[in-house]
Design a protein around this ligand. Structure first.
Ligand code: UGA
Ligand code: MN
Length: 325
């Protein structure tokens, strides 16, 4: 009897081992490849769960004491603060990763910020996906291609991408009471001071402020009298109802949700008119809230990166390694 049991056990043993190995392999299966679905960051909207940027242990990470000090000065999650949603359209070009790096370095220092990065592309790119996964920021990764007929000089840019960001925001908040939030359109090449985010955080409906290095002038700004916007200091088409650059205003989430049809329009829209056409749908000049000391301080600059010189770039790959730039 004993020997029968013993031999059965040896017959079954290899099968048991095979089942164990199969289960083990299955749980170690690599992550599925990228799909064109939007990517929602695993980080919670607060900054508490945000993964630290990859600087620990690096050659320049400094002594432990220094690192600790830096962490203390990092913004803490504060659910009391309205979330700032920054919608950034971006497209593939040699300087893209450099632009996004500068932007992430700024955003990482802002508490309670959610980055909505919208690629002008038919699918989410590997470069941007990898970048966002390591950016240490609560983020959402969307994509929508600009139709080819609109990719011409003289036509407005990033219309479809900003609308995709708006649609995501509206969908995310459709079933819940609007949490306090502020939306801001952050182009990937501008320069943003940290003070700008403190200013826009208190937006009740639509707030405005000056923008540096824009419109062929050192700056443009809303003209303010007795705390109200009464006109525009601008070098270009001052007759626009809202003569302001995309970087010069923020909108409360409540206003975005209560005007579900407000979008950027292709039809009839010229470059430089997009902002005005959008703001016309959601507010009036009288309602605007001037920020930055009654619009007398420049806290954002419409910088533009020069086209990079790749004259010596070989036609075919010559290096022994492939490097992402
Ligand atoms: C000005 C305004 O500041 C922009 O807000 C406005 O969208 C743009 O004009 C326009 O002509 O529509 P400018 O510096 O001339 O800005 O424009 P870019 O910085 O080249 O583009 C604005 C944003 O759209 C950037 O975040 C850029 O990455 C993105 N973009 C640009 C795309 O997603 N796809 C493109 O083909 C070009
Ligand atoms: Mn720009």
């Amino acid at each position: 009897m004993k020997s029968v049991l013993f031999s059965r056990f040896f017959i079954l043993l290899p099968w048991i081992l095979i089942v164990i190995i199969m289960l083990d392999v299955d749980t170690r299966r690599p992550a599925p490849p990228l799909t064109p679905r939007p990517y929602f960051s695993p980080y919670p909207a607060g900054r508490g769960g945000a993964r630290l940027p990859l600087r620990r242990g690096g050659p320049d990470s400094g002594p432990r004491r220094g690192a600790q000090k830096r962490n203390e000065s990092r913004p803490r999650p504060d659910p009391q603060l309205p979330t700032i949603y920054a919608i950034t359209p971006t497209y593939s070009r040699p300087v893209q990763k450099a632009e996004l790096t500068r932007l992430a370095n700024t955003f990482r220092q802002v508490a309670q910020l959610h980055w909505i990065l919208v690629e002008d592309a038919a699918a989410r790119s590997e470069l941007v996906s990898r970048f966002l996964a390591r950016a240490g920021l609560p983020s959402t990764h969307l994509h929508v291609p600009t139709p080819r007929r609109y990719k011409r000089p003289g036509l407005p840019r990033a219309t479809e991408q900003r609308n995709a960001g708006l649609a995501w925001l509206r969908q995310k908040h459709q079933h819940q009471r609007a949490q306090p939030g502020v939306l801001f359109f952050a182009d990937d090449d501008n320069t943003y001071s940290l003070e700008l985010f403190q200013e826009m955080r208190t937006t009740r409906k639509v707030s405005v402020w000056p923008v540096g290095l824009v419109g062929g002038r050192r700056y443009e700004r809303p003209l303010v009298e007795n705390g109200r916007v009464v006109g525009w200091y601008t070098g270009w088409r001052a007759d626009r109802p809202f003569a302001i650059d995309m970087a010069g205003f923020a909108v409360s989430l409540q206003v975005i949700l209560s005007n579900p049809k407000a979008v950027f329009k292709r039809r009839g829209s010229q470059p430089g008119m997009q902002e005005s056409d959008f703001l016309k749908q959601i507010t009036t000049v009288e309602e605007l809230e001037p920020k930055a000391n009654n619009c007398t301080k420049v806290l954002v600059w419409h910088t533009r990166t020069e086209k990079v010189n790749l004259a010596n770039e070989p036609k075919y790959h010559l290096d022994t390694v492939k490097i992402e730039v």
